[in-house]
Every structure is written in C-alpha cells, then in structure tokens.
Design a protein around this ligand. Structure first.
Ligand SMILES: [Fe+2]
Length: 409
C-alpha cells in the first residue's frame, strides 16, 4: 500500500481503501468485540478502571491493549501491519516510527449529536507550542506524527477542512465557530469511509465529529510519531505501558521492543538537553537540541515543547504526590493511569531540586508564552486562557533563551 506524502502535507488527510484487508475484517471485528465485552465487564465492576477514559461520555474510548490476551492479540498486532505502521513510515519519511496511541472509539449508549469543531492540540501550561509554531515547523521539516481512523463498520461521522492543518483559523471560520461550533463550516468536507477503509491525517487539521449517535461505531484510532525526522514531535510520549506485550507473537514483541528503544533513546537526548540547561552550558544545549530537532528551522518550537514537558515532570515531583496510589498521581497531573509510568521514568532521572531549578530556568520563556489578558480561539480551547495558543513569542530566539538562564538563576 502506497501513500503520497505530498498529498498528506497539502490536504492534511488521505483516504485509503482496504487498510484492513477484506479477508481480515470479520476476524478483527470479532476480536475487538470480545475486548469491548471484556472492558464493559471491567467497567461494571469499577467505573474508574484504567482501560477507559470516558465510558459514560459521548464517545466511549477503549485502550484496547490493556485487555488483550493471546487470542485477541491480532488487534494490537494490526497496529504493526504494513498498511498501518508501514504507511505511517512512508508518510513520516523514516523507518524510526513509534506507536504513540491505540484506542477503539465506540458509539455512546444514548445519542449525543454533533460535537465541537477542534484541532487535536490543546494549549496550556503543560501542553504544546502555539499552533502557528507547530505549523511552521511542519512546513519546514515535514509532519512529526500521523493519526488514523480505521472504521470496522461504514462511517461518515468525521468532517475536515482540507488544508487547515497548514494555517490558523480564518476570520470567517472564527466567526462561524462563534456562531455555532457544532455546525458545518464553509469549505468543509465529509470523510466517507467504508468498513476497513482508513483516513490518515495530520491532527492539527480542523475537524468535526458531526454526530455521536447510537449507530454501531468501532473505529481503530491510532497515532504514530516520528523518532527519525527533522523535528521533535508534539505530544510524543507513548500512551501505553508494555505489560500487554507478552501476549504478542515473537514478531509483535520485537516490534514493540523497537518502539521502546526509540523512546528510551529520545529520553536520553531529553535528559542531555535538560542537563545542559541546568549546567548553563550553551554548547551542550545546542548539541542536544540538534539531536532532538535536526532541522535548523523550528528549533525554538522544540524548546517550547520541552519547557512544557519540564512542567509536567515538575508537577509529578511534588512531594505530596509521592505516596499516593498510581491512579491518584496520574489524575493529579492530568495523565492516564495506564501510561503515567512513561513520564515517571523520565522524571526519575532528575532530583526534585533539579526539576525545581529547571522550572526556574524556563520561567522567562514561560512568561513570554503568556499574554497579558485572557483570550479565546475557537477550536483550540474550551475556555479563555492567558497561554499563547496561536503565536510563538516574538523576538525571542535561542540566543535570548540562553541569555535568560542567568536572569532566572
Ligand atoms: Fe479530534
């Protein structure tokens, strides 16, 4: 199966036929249904079971890797298929690709109707660089991640605005979204998928879940991130931990071992980056940054993303969290229970004093990432915020960041 990476970059999405090979559709439907039944039994016993992020809500989501066994391992192994991982590698232009997230999106039990138009990037103290920065980084260096919807039954819920991943909202879009954020926008397009087809997309695209109805919906929803491209991916940390890997075939286990190696190599680089900042060593900082973000253009976006990651680590190091159960620690820092171990592994590389000092070093950048008054951008946030959502700090480059370390110390 081939994808045209240029089409993905131009339009922000590409529809592919028979991503699930037709002869495998029944088998995958049966396995996923077994997992839905298993998770529903878990939820009935414990509504906070970590396999769920929103069972009672408009769009139940099943972190299906948490409930597989050997008989249903084909669900996870499908994420390593040439049509999923293989096509994602083509789209990202590197073999060094990791699977960030695998979930099954399901229909609700009662009809909810249309949801909000949005882009899959939230902005705040612990998330993401401003959208125009992410977009400029992508245009200079290529996409850093791709997302998939692969329905097991015909599906036409998703709408997109082609090309909107390359730009901010237009004034007209903002007006339309302020009028009704749940209605059709001008120039949008419905994504009509037959069972087993897939849409691969860049998730900064403006998109709309147009109808959460009770019609049977089973969407394999995947996200792959690049570990070998020219840029550092936003939201790169894996939303799974490897407990389930023992159920996979030897080839499947090898595939996930490779993902873990890639993530550990990246954590080594992130540690070197933070240590250079702690040591106030500009040369080591520039070297570490060049490994994380080889492309010359857009390195400040990487710095912003890592400043936000440092905040999440700092939050996790708070002494009052140390003795809480995992579920409560995860909830206190806005992480998922079934993946908080990934963030904790990085956090363990630093002492509380180091994470505190790191926070101080990033403080001048943090203040540049906030506006004087709250502002609201439809599709990017649910409420007004002071955190910059659209624009990178003006007149603040790598040299300014390096100079700011001593101001903060
Ligand atoms: Fe979305």
């Amino acid at each position: 199966m081939q994808i045209d990476p240029g089409q993905l970059l131009d339009d922000g999405f590409v529809i592919l036929k028979n991503v699930v090979p037709p002869e495998r559709l029944d088998e995958l439907r049966a396995s996923f249904e077994t997992l839905v039944d298993r998770q529903q039994a878990n939820w009935a016993r414990d509504p906070d079971d970590p396999g769920c992020f929103a069972y009672a809500a408009k769009q139940p989501r099943l972190a299906f890797q948490t409930v597989i066994d050997a008989a249903t391992a084909n669900t996870v192994e499908f994420c390593l298929h040439e049509h999923t991982l293989g096509v994602s590698r083509q789209a990202l232009g590197t073999r060094d690709v990791g699977l960030k997230q695998m979930i099954l999106l399901c229909n609700p039990e009662t009809a909810y109707g249309p949801d909000l138009w949005h882009r899959d990037v939230s902005h705040g103290p612990t998330n993401n660089a401003p959208l125009a920065g992410l977009q400029a980084d992508m245009l200079a260096n290529g996409p850093s991640s791709v997302q998939w919807n692969i329905p097991l039954y015909d599906d036409d819920v998703l709408w997109v605005v082609p090309g909107s991943h390359r730009r901010l909202n237009t004034a007209r879009e903002n007006q339309e979204l302020l009028n009704d954020p749940r209605a059709k926008l001008s120039d949008c397009r419905q994504v009509r998928l037959k069972a087993g087809d897939g849409v691969i997309y860049i998730n900064t695209i403006l998109h709309w879940p147009s109808n959460y109805s009770t019609r049977l919906r089973r969407i394999i929803h995947l996200r792959y991130t690049s570990f070998g491209g020219q840029l550092y991916p936003y939201g790169s940390r894996f939303l799974w931990e490897p407990g389930f890997v023992k159920h996979l075939s030897p080839e499947g286990q090898a595939g996930f071992r490779r993902f873990i190696e890639l993530a550990e190599r990246e954590d080594d680089r992130i540690e070197a980056f933070y240590r250079a900042i702690l040591d106030q060593d500009p040369e080591a900082f520039r070297q570490a940054l060049a490994l994380l973000h080889p492309g010359q253009t857009g390195r400040m976006v990487c710095v912003v993303l890592l400043s936000k990651l440092a905040r999440r680590i700092g939050a996790l190091k708070r002494p009052e969290l140390a003795n809480l159960p995992e579920r409560e620690r995860a909830s206190a820092v806005g992480e998922q229970t079934f993946s908080i171990g990934n963030l904790e592994a990085l956090a363990r590389r630093f002492t509380p004093a180091e994470t505190k000092l790191l926070g101080q070093r990033f403080a001048p950048l943090d203040s540049r990432l906030q506006t004087e008054t709250e502002h609201f951008v439809p599709s990017l946030a649910s409420k007004p915020s002071r955190w910059a959502q659209e624009h990178m700090p003006a007149d603040f480059d790598l040299d300014d960041f390096i100079a700011s370390w001593s101001q903060a110390a």
